[in-house]
Design a binder for this molecule. Sequence first.
Ligand code: GDP
Ligand code: MG
Length: 300
Amino acid sequence: MTQSNEIKKSGYVAIIGKPNVGKSTLMNFILGKKLSITSRKPQTTRHRILGVKTAGDTQVVYLDTPGLHQDQKKLMNRIMNRAAMSTLEEVDVILLMVEALRWDDADEDALKKLKSLSIPVILVVNKIDRVKDKEQLLPFIKMLSAKFEFKNIFPVSAKTGVQVNELESVITSLLPSDVPFFPPEQFTDRSDKFIVTEFVREKLMRSLGDELPYETAVTIEAFEEDEKIVKIAALIWVNRSSQKPIVIGKGGEILKLVGTQARHDLETYFDKKVLLKLWVKVKSGWSDDARSLQSFGYDE
Ligand code: GDP
Ligand code: MG
């Protein structure tokens, strides 16, 4: 413990934006630990995930939100949108994240939702590592600064960390003087079991084709931990019996790969050995049925 562990500033920061712009990647980078799962697929983050960073005399509570989905017809999308929006009135700072040189209706939509709030908004222009000619950023930023009175506009790379420390300094300067909300050693409000289901889901999303991951959910059947090892049994739920062999793979190879990769990340997370057993089960229509969604942890 350091001497100056008296927290003088603390507050909540929501990270919002359309799917896939890099919100979860940014939160993980800031925390220095993988907490929120990421992938190239647009519906990776389904829950609101809170990440706490306590450093020096400051505690910042980040809220990683599911992206705002434009198609409101699907029940899952409506729940995700609500998870993304419901916290916004209570936070101290909002980070609106976009991809460098990209602005479309979905970004416009996200911005529109912020206009009625009186909370400082920092525009975070992410993925600048992909922009070869950095001069191109200037007209892009100019165009965006005309749209809204952003407190600040910040080009960053959440993946490589370029400008992320600077962004954190600006965030800190906008936080109120307040007592901490969490003990300094705590860095999320999520349970270990939740983290397991998320890490398994991430590996599924990364290993499977485009349509299927959206229709999978993971639950924990058994979880035992002692000083040396965490023993976990988890179930992967799919919507249709035809999907089961896809998740298992030829000779069980996909399930094996998912298990190995998830175990690897979990061993880093728990900092001990992990034994992970996975099964696949069918529960038809779970992703569009309110009751099943609730039983999988998606609250309406
Ligand atoms: P989210 O849906 O907004 O949470 O986005 P994710 O954090 O899941 O990221 C979506 C994809 O963009 C992933 O494949 C990330 O690796 C990638 N990504 C995120 N930030 C950056 C970045 O700064 N540069 C590059 N090149 N890719 C990034
Ligand atoms: Mg995400």
